[in-house]
Design a protein around this ligand. Structure first.
Ligand code: NAD
Ligand code: UGA
Length: 465
């Protein structure tokens, strides 16, 4: 029976996942470790609004379990040594240089954490891959774990490992709900006892029929495949959105019509500015790399096109804004509504807003950016320049009304609920005419904006001008 868990990586996955396990399994001590001392300090912040990650419901869970059976620390070795089970939940971004640069996953953090486990574990330890990994990574992890020279480490005698794959399917913004009621939990492995030990933990709150057991490689590949299929649906609907705009069809109506077919299903058919987030692009590129590695070049090209379409969608939105504003945005104020890659998160990784804002800055626009959760520091990092004034500059503002002040256009990029409730008469009153709303999420009340005198472009809707 598992009494003590260590999770390496206190990020968007490690933090929320361990908070839910600690909450549901009061008999298990859960310790989350990270090399990033600032992040750990934030997880330990007395004020729960200062946690490093914003997820609805996370603060309440951490408030209940922290200090009882949920701990955050930088003492990696001690936490590994005391654990029966270690989760590897470290980052696996796309490689930026060397073999496979731009496609393959950079496994240096997985390798480093596996080496730490090899060095510090005591007795029998179940090592769980929680990070998203290329298929057959478990082989590498196993090799590293088994390479510990028994004589060199005190206490190494009797040190044994079982490796499991247990990919995470949570989506940001709904992480806690996803973890508390997952569609499925996937456990891949070869050691039945280890598989059942992990299944017993999830079994505390997940119905038995939702806990799927597979071999290691199916589990690793299922995670990449799930993300590839989800991203493919978004590129598919965005491709159709462009055709709707050209033909006078409405992508919302098309999505509803096709989604009513139970074989297609209604979810993940929302056209937008292109998918963002830390994983879709990196996981598809990883799949593309793996296909190339195994000589499956047609398969690689097929998946590559999902990413290509997504980049095109982001670029075309910035171009379209410039074109509608008489071909130039130089010195013009543009309000940007939303910067996070989706609503209900403070995460901006790969957010379409980054590319779109950078393109507009390059054209000389003066951006007034409002997002309820993204910090000014994050904006500066993503936009590659500090807040400023004049042509090609940006400023963060607190309210939609300020974003609209003196602006020729508002560009809605994140579907925060507040943007569905804008008082368009008040907003239109402070904008310069002719004024535009570019709604890349089809979130705003377009009829109200039009009634207030704005010209409206809405993703996937035939133009009204
Ligand atoms: P993240 O960057 O938010 O967190 C990873 C953390 O690991 C960082 O804080 C980093 O400092 C820490 N770390 C790296 N090496 C370490 C080491 N050797 N020792 C201690 N700490 C170390 O990443 P994330 O978003 O939580 O993603 C983690 C993994 O989960 C990735 O493989 C990702 O693809 C996958 N995933 C992410 C999501 C998501 O919604 N973000 C969902 C499902 C799966
Ligand atoms: C996604 C998957 O949904 C999770 O199952 C997976 O665990 C996770 O990636 C991961 O591996 O990291 P996430 O990226 O957090 O989760 O968020 P999604 O809800 O999938 O949204 C991704 C992007 O697609 C966002 O930019 C979102 O705005 C966009 N999107 C989503 C659309 O444009 N249209 C849709 O219909 C749905």
């Amino acid at each position: 029976m598992i009494r003590s868990i260590c999770c390496i990586g206190a990020g968007y996955v490690g933090g929320p996942t361990m908070a839910v396990i600690a909450d549901r399994c009061p008999g298990i001590q859960v310790t989350v470790v990270d090399l990033n001392a600032e992040r750990i300090a934030a997880w330990n912040a007395p004020d729960l609004s200062q946690l490093p990650i914003y997820e609805p419901g996370l603060d309440a869970l951490v408030g209940r379990a922290r200090g009882r059976n949920l701990h955050f620390t930088t003492a990696v070795e001690a936490a590994i040594a005391g654990a029966d089970m270690v989760f590897l939940s470290v980052n696996t971004p796309t490689k930026t240089k060397g073999v496979g640069a731009g496609q393959a996953s950079d496994l240096r953090w997985i390798e480093a954490s596996a080496r730490q486990v090899a060095a510090s574990a005591q007795g029998h330890t179940i090592v769980v891959e929680k990070s998203t990994l290329p298929v057959r990574t478990a082989e590498t992890v196993q090799t590293i774990l088994n390479a510990v020279p028994l004589s060199s480490v005190p206490g190494a005698e009797g040190k044994t490992f079982s490796v499991l794959s247990n990919p995470e399917f949570l989506a940001e913004g709904t992480a806690i709900a996803d973890l508390q009621a997952p569609d499925r939990v996937l456990i891949g492995g070869e050691d039945p006892a280890a598989i059942e030990a992990l299944a017993a933990i999830y079994g505390q709150w997940v119905p038995a029929e939702r806990i799927l057991r597979t071999n290691l490689w199916s589990s690793e590949l299922s995670k990449l495949t799930a993300n590839a299929f989800l991203a493919q649906r978004i590129s598919s609907i965005n491709a159709i959105a462009a055709l709707c705009e050209a033909t006078g069809a409405d992508v919302g109506e098309v999505a509803k019509a096709i989604g009513a077919d139970s074989r297609i299903g209604a979810k993940f058919l929302k056209a937008g500015p292109g998918f963002g987030g830390s994983c879709f692009q990196k996981d598809i590129l990883n799949l593309v790399y793996l296909c190339g590695h195994y000589g499956l070049h047609e398969v690689a090209a097929y998946w590559q096109q999902v990413v290509a379409l997504n980049r095109w969608q982001q670029q075309r939105i910035a171009r379209l804004v410039v074109n509608r504003l008489f071909g130039t945005v130089s010195g013009k104020r543009i309000g940007v509504l939303g910067f996070a890659f989706k609503a209900d998160t403070n995460d901006t990784r790969e957010s379409p807003a980054i590319r779109i804002c950078r393109d507009l800055l390059e054209e000389g626009a003066v951006l007034q950016i409002v997002d309820p959760k993204v910090s000014e520091r994050q904006l500066a990092q993503d936009l590659g320049q500090p807040a400023g004034a004049g042509e090609g500059s940006w400023q963060q503002v607190a309210e939609v009304q300020q974003a609209a002040s003196g602006a020729d256009a508002l560009v809605l990029l994140t579907e925060w609920q507040a943007f569905a409730e804008i008082d368009w008469a008040a907003v239109a009153a402070v904008m310069r005419r002719p004024a535009w709303l570019f709604d890349a999420r089809a979130k705003a009340d377009a009829a109200a904006a039009r009634a207030a005198g704005l010209q409206v472009w809405r993703v996937g809707e035939g133009a009204d001008d």
